[in-house]
Design a binder for this molecule. Structure first.
Ligand SMILES: [Zn+2]
Ligand SMILES: [Zn+2]
Ligand SMILES: [Zn+2]
Ligand SMILES: [Zn+2]
Length: 179
């Protein structure tokens, strides 16, 4: 009984020596067998590094700090989903460059004419009516009537580049967002 108590009291101090996933004590033989890694200032059984969002083991080596709990890892896919704004057309995150038009964010490739479905080149500008976008030539041919629609020349071209994962982090790689 006494021995058990002793172990309990020393356990708090040595929490770092417990796996961040399963909370069990890391064993010497596991370290020797190369089954343990240091991540976010504590040790983890490699197999117990699971994404805090999707709960799946992260096996591709791309481990990022989660936004919800900085001591918990997130997989690359969930990291992108949770840190990048979504395109209003395809709902996928805009990772590199996007366009903002009428306060809505688009992938450059998703910014397409509603009639011909071609991407609208930035230099030509675009027309918008009822949340539909038109390039100037389709607009003039098929839509124009009363001339009340707005013409825009891309109010902002914004880089939605936030960060790029750089392999396994050692716990120093915060979610740096660069504007
Ligand atoms: Zn574990
Ligand atoms: Zn995930
Ligand atoms: Zn899109
Ligand atoms: Zn068109």
């Amino acid at each position: 009984m006494d021995q058990k108590k002793k172990m309990c009291s020393s356990e708090n101090k040595l929490e770092m020596l417990n796996c961040g996933g399963c909370k069990k004590r890391i064993l010497q033989k596991e370290v020797k067998a190369n089954l343990v890694v240091l991540l976010f200032n504590r040790f983890w059984h490699k197999d117990h590094i699971k994404c805090v969002y999707c709960k799946l083991p992260i096996s591709d080596g791309r481990i990022l700090r989660s936004k919800v709990d900085s001591s918990k890892p997130a997989c690359y896919a969930c990291h992108i989903q949770t840190t990048h704004p979504a395109c209003v057309v395809c709902y996928l995150p805009v990772i590199e460059r996007g366009l903002v038009a009428f306060d809505r964010l688009f992938h450059i490739d998703c910014f397409r004419c509603a009639i011909c479905n071609k991407t609208i080149p930035q230099r030509t500008g675009f027309y918008e009516r009822d949340l539909m976008l038109y390039d100037p030539s389709c607009y003039m041919l098929y839509i124009k009537d009363d001339g009340i629609d707005e013409f825009g020349i891309f109010p902002a071209v914004r880089s939605a580049l936030l960060d790029r994962p750089s392999g396994v982090t050692s716990g120093v790689n915060n979610d740096a967002s660069i504007d």
